[in-house]
Design a protein around this ligand. Structure first.
Ligand code: FAD
Length: 156
Protein backbone atom coordinates (compact mmCIF):
# COMPACT_ATOMS: atom_id res chain seq x y z
CA UNK A 1 0.00 0.00 0.00
CA UNK A 2 1.09 3.53 -0.83
CA UNK A 3 2.50 5.56 2.14
CA UNK A 4 0.70 8.71 0.92
CA UNK A 5 -2.68 6.95 1.01
CA UNK A 6 -2.02 5.75 4.57
CA UNK A 7 -0.95 9.26 5.69
CA UNK A 8 -3.92 10.89 3.97
CA UNK A 9 -6.36 8.47 5.60
CA UNK A 10 -4.86 8.90 9.09
CA UNK A 11 -4.87 12.69 8.60
CA UNK A 12 -8.67 12.54 8.34
CA UNK A 13 -8.70 11.82 12.06
CA UNK A 14 -8.87 15.33 13.58
CA UNK A 15 -6.80 15.59 16.75
CA UNK A 16 -5.63 18.05 19.34
CA UNK A 17 -1.94 18.90 19.52
CA UNK A 18 0.40 18.16 22.43
CA UNK A 19 3.98 18.89 23.32
CA UNK A 20 5.76 16.02 25.05
CA UNK A 21 8.48 17.16 27.45
CA UNK A 22 11.12 15.27 29.34
CA UNK A 23 14.19 16.22 31.34
CA UNK A 24 17.55 14.54 31.39
CA UNK A 25 20.59 15.76 33.36
CA UNK A 26 18.78 19.04 34.06
CA UNK A 27 18.08 19.70 30.34
CA UNK A 28 14.56 19.88 28.96
CA UNK A 29 13.69 18.37 25.58
CA UNK A 30 10.35 18.85 23.81
CA UNK A 31 8.59 17.34 20.82
CA UNK A 32 5.22 18.10 19.20
CA UNK A 33 2.96 15.04 19.06
CA UNK A 34 -0.63 14.24 18.22
CA UNK A 35 -0.35 10.47 18.79
CA UNK A 36 -1.73 10.65 22.32
CA UNK A 37 -4.71 9.10 24.04
CA UNK A 38 -6.08 8.17 27.39
CA UNK A 39 -5.80 4.41 28.12
CA UNK A 40 -7.23 3.63 31.56
CA UNK A 41 -9.06 5.36 34.42
CA UNK A 42 -8.08 2.94 37.19
CA UNK A 43 -5.11 3.09 37.22
CA UNK A 44 -4.80 6.35 35.31
CA UNK A 45 -2.76 5.64 32.18
CA UNK A 46 -2.09 7.46 28.90
CA UNK A 47 -0.14 6.48 25.77
CA UNK A 48 2.15 8.41 23.42
CA UNK A 49 3.81 7.14 20.23
CA UNK A 50 7.33 8.28 19.27
CA UNK A 51 9.02 7.55 15.95
CA UNK A 52 12.29 5.63 15.94
CA UNK A 53 14.45 8.51 14.67
CA UNK A 54 13.15 11.14 17.13
CA UNK A 55 15.70 12.35 19.67
CA UNK A 56 12.88 12.23 22.21
CA UNK A 57 12.85 8.43 22.10
CA UNK A 58 16.21 7.89 23.78
CA UNK A 59 15.60 10.74 26.19
CA UNK A 60 12.39 9.17 27.54
CA UNK A 61 14.03 5.73 27.62
CA UNK A 62 16.69 7.23 29.91
CA UNK A 63 14.59 9.61 32.03
CA UNK A 64 11.67 7.16 32.35
CA UNK A 65 9.27 10.10 32.64
CA UNK A 66 7.51 12.68 30.48
CA UNK A 67 4.79 15.31 30.53
CA UNK A 68 2.01 15.72 27.97
CA UNK A 69 0.89 19.31 27.38
CA UNK A 70 -2.37 19.81 25.47
CA UNK A 71 -2.00 23.06 23.51
CA UNK A 72 -4.50 25.89 23.28
CA UNK A 73 -5.57 27.65 20.08
CA UNK A 74 -3.10 30.43 20.92
CA UNK A 75 -0.11 28.04 21.07
CA UNK A 76 0.47 27.22 17.38
CA UNK A 77 3.95 28.79 17.60
CA UNK A 78 4.80 26.48 20.51
CA UNK A 79 3.71 23.51 18.38
CA UNK A 80 5.87 24.71 15.47
CA UNK A 81 8.84 25.29 17.78
CA UNK A 82 8.78 21.72 19.08
CA UNK A 83 8.20 20.29 15.59
CA UNK A 84 11.37 22.04 14.35
CA UNK A 85 9.39 24.42 12.10
CA UNK A 86 10.40 27.55 14.08
CA UNK A 87 14.06 27.62 15.09
CA UNK A 88 15.97 28.96 18.09
CA UNK A 89 13.02 29.89 20.27
CA UNK A 90 13.62 30.32 23.98
CA UNK A 91 10.81 28.53 25.81
CA UNK A 92 10.10 28.85 29.51
CA UNK A 93 8.71 25.95 31.50
CA UNK A 94 6.61 25.58 34.62
CA UNK A 95 6.91 22.46 36.77
CA UNK A 96 4.42 19.80 37.81
CA UNK A 97 5.33 16.76 39.91
CA UNK A 98 9.00 17.54 39.24
CA UNK A 99 8.48 17.57 35.45
CA UNK A 100 8.79 20.52 33.04
CA UNK A 101 5.41 21.59 31.59
CA UNK A 102 4.28 24.22 29.06
CA UNK A 103 2.77 27.29 30.77
CA UNK A 104 -0.85 28.09 29.79
CA UNK A 105 -1.47 24.75 28.05
CA UNK A 106 -5.03 23.45 28.46
CA UNK A 107 -3.90 20.34 30.33
CA UNK A 108 -0.55 19.32 31.79
CA UNK A 109 -0.19 15.62 32.53
CA UNK A 110 2.94 14.44 34.39
CA UNK A 111 3.72 10.74 33.90
CA UNK A 112 6.24 8.06 34.69
CA UNK A 113 6.76 5.30 32.13
CA UNK A 114 4.96 2.12 33.18
CA UNK A 115 5.57 0.08 30.00
CA UNK A 116 7.09 0.37 26.54
CA UNK A 117 6.08 -1.36 23.31
CA UNK A 118 8.11 -1.19 20.09
CA UNK A 119 5.68 -1.48 17.17
CA UNK A 120 7.01 -1.04 13.62
CA UNK A 121 8.89 2.26 13.36
CA UNK A 122 7.34 3.77 16.53
CA UNK A 123 7.62 3.13 20.28
CA UNK A 124 4.53 3.35 22.46
CA UNK A 125 5.13 4.61 25.98
CA UNK A 126 2.39 3.92 28.51
CA UNK A 127 2.53 6.65 31.14
CA UNK A 128 1.27 6.27 34.70
CA UNK A 129 -0.23 9.66 35.59
CA UNK A 130 1.41 11.30 38.63
CA UNK A 131 -0.31 14.69 38.54
CA UNK A 132 -2.55 16.84 36.34
CA UNK A 133 -3.31 20.57 35.94
CA UNK A 134 -6.15 21.88 33.76
CA UNK A 135 -7.25 25.29 32.55
CA UNK A 136 -10.07 26.64 30.41
CA UNK A 137 -9.53 27.68 26.81
CA UNK A 138 -9.95 26.67 23.19
CA UNK A 139 -7.92 23.79 21.71
CA UNK A 140 -5.40 23.84 18.88
CA UNK A 141 -6.45 21.22 16.31
CA UNK A 142 -4.62 19.32 13.56
CA UNK A 143 -6.49 17.98 10.52
CA UNK A 144 -5.31 16.81 7.09
CA UNK A 145 -1.78 18.01 7.81
CA UNK A 146 -2.86 21.53 8.82
CA UNK A 147 -3.56 23.41 12.02
CA UNK A 148 -7.18 24.25 12.58
CA UNK A 149 -9.61 25.65 15.14
CA UNK A 150 -13.11 24.66 16.14
CA UNK A 151 -15.58 26.60 13.98
CA UNK A 152 -17.44 27.99 16.95
CA UNK A 153 -14.11 29.46 18.10
CA UNK A 154 -13.10 30.66 14.62
CA UNK A 155 -12.50 34.18 15.95
CA UNK A 156 -9.49 33.02 18.05
P1 FAD B 1 14.29 17.69 17.70
O1 FAD B 1 13.91 17.69 16.27
O2 FAD B 1 15.68 17.89 18.10
O3 FAD B 1 13.36 18.71 18.55
C1 FAD B 1 12.21 19.23 18.02
C2 FAD B 1 12.31 20.75 18.01
O4 FAD B 1 12.10 21.21 19.35
C3 FAD B 1 13.68 21.30 17.57
O5 FAD B 1 13.50 22.41 16.71
C4 FAD B 1 14.31 21.73 18.89
O6 FAD B 1 15.16 22.85 18.73
C5 FAD B 1 13.08 22.11 19.71
N1 FAD B 1 13.35 21.97 21.14
C6 FAD B 1 13.53 20.82 21.84
N2 FAD B 1 13.75 21.08 23.13
C7 FAD B 1 13.69 22.43 23.28
C8 FAD B 1 13.84 23.33 24.39
N3 FAD B 1 14.13 22.89 25.63
N4 FAD B 1 13.67 24.64 24.18
C9 FAD B 1 13.39 25.12 22.93
N5 FAD B 1 13.27 24.34 21.82
C10 FAD B 1 13.44 23.01 22.01
N6 FAD B 1 6.35 12.66 15.87
C11 FAD B 1 6.17 11.54 16.59
O7 FAD B 1 7.10 10.75 16.75
N7 FAD B 1 4.97 11.24 17.18
C12 FAD B 1 3.87 12.06 17.05
O8 FAD B 1 2.80 11.78 17.61
C13 FAD B 1 4.04 13.25 16.28
N8 FAD B 1 2.98 14.08 16.10
C14 FAD B 1 3.15 15.25 15.44
C15 FAD B 1 2.08 16.14 15.33
C16 FAD B 1 2.21 17.35 14.67
C17 FAD B 1 1.02 18.29 14.58
C18 FAD B 1 3.47 17.70 14.13
C19 FAD B 1 3.65 19.04 13.43
C20 FAD B 1 4.56 16.84 14.22
C21 FAD B 1 4.41 15.60 14.87
N9 FAD B 1 5.48 14.70 15.02
C22 FAD B 1 5.32 13.54 15.71
C23 FAD B 1 6.81 15.02 14.44
C24 FAD B 1 7.79 15.56 15.51
O9 FAD B 1 7.24 16.65 16.23
C25 FAD B 1 9.09 16.08 14.85
O10 FAD B 1 9.61 15.10 13.97
C26 FAD B 1 10.15 16.48 15.88
O11 FAD B 1 11.08 17.36 15.29
C27 FAD B 1 10.91 15.31 16.44
O12 FAD B 1 11.59 15.77 17.58
P2 FAD B 1 12.96 15.17 18.09
O13 FAD B 1 12.76 14.55 19.43
O14 FAD B 1 13.66 14.38 17.04
O15 FAD B 1 13.86 16.39 18.45
Amino acid sequence: MDNRLFRDAMGKFATGVTVILTELDGEQHGMTANAFMSVSLDPKLVVISIKEDARMLQKIEESNQFSVNILSAEQEDISKTFAGQIKDQQVYFDRLAGMPVIPDSLAQVACEVSSTYVEGDHTLFIGKVKDIAVKDGNPLLFYSGKYSHLKEFADV
